[in-house]
Design a protein around this ligand. Sequence first.
Ligand SMILES: Cc1ncc(COP(=O)(O)O)c(C=O)c1O
Length: 386
Amino acid sequence: MEPSSRVQELTPSLTLSIDSKAKAMKAEGQDVIGFGAGEPDFDTPEHIKAAAMGSLDAGFTKYTPSSGIPELRAAISEKLKAENGLDYKPSQIIVNCGAKHSCFNAMLATLEPGDEVIIPAPYWLSYPEMVKLVGAEPVFVPTKAENNYKITPDEFRDAMTPKTKMIVINSPGNPTGSVYTENELAGLADVALDEDILILSDEIYEKLIYDDAKHVSIATLSKDVYNLTLTVNGFSKPYAMTGWRLGYVAAPEGVARAIDSLQSHSTSNPTSFAQKGALAAYKGSQDCVKQMVAEYAKRRDLVCGLLDAIPQLKYVKPQGAFYVLVDISATGQNSTQFAERLLDKQKVAVVPGIAFGNDQTIRISYATSSENITNGLKRIASFVGA
Ligand SMILES: Cc1ncc(COP(=O)(O)O)c(C=O)c1O
């Protein structure tokens, strides 16, 4: 049996081989330090787990509406209004099985085969594959370190063709940690408005933000921008709920209904009791998020301080998420060589930037302990110095 051509066109995960090698080495008892994690190292806060467990005990174990339980959609609507200044009615919000699923559904519901989707690089590695899966074409726009890896309005305009249908904006960004300012978003929105380009705004790292950086939801900029935007967010990163698989997309009414419809014929509803946990996440105290963010901020400063002492490595100080993108070009190695040799020689696992569309960089995740960061960066320093 042959897999479909659609699936054969997918790029195999470049991170997988290094990751599986790191795991195998760990299983053999080797002292491997992992900077590859794309997920919080914290446990889900207790009150969220308790809400889900309570709902299980109460027998909340059946199908729910495919778009999510009404009280969760209402809570998301309230959150988007209170925290982001966004007006989405509950009927415009569809709860999905993780923000990844939200992005995929958003593309499936709006793109036609042959449409082009602009993806600023470095990018989260699932965007291009999702675009291809729905029959559209990714168009990569390399961004510059001096622009903090953010696409400029001119770069956006230059990449446009008559086939351009969507741009993906991910702020705070993975793997860059970059956060777009309101002004920068306004510049991009103007270009999108000129040609009616849809904006997929992936805001999953919204709450993981440092110093005086401010998260702005692009759909707040004007009614016209709102009408072109699909806002994606979720619970995985802010509440350490990666395994729960809960995200959502908020969109103009017609697109929201379309997403509900396609979801009703694919996954049906997101898991019933997980939704009760998500409800507790939004309704309960936000102290847990504050504590995690404070810890990430300390670790970010630790990584950056240690990187400052390694002259061969450059980086742009991230303002959000939990990654540092490190420029390794001065080492003369490409990102795969660097990552493989680093793992072999120093037992440190990082993600090669080629996976994100930039072969001059590696990604270090600081969703790990300060002790690991200190020891891992020491090893990287001796690897680079060697
Ligand atoms: C930019 C970005 N968007 C979306 C996701 C997916 O999040 P979820 O676990 O909610 O599917 C990730 C996860 O790594 C991500 O980095």
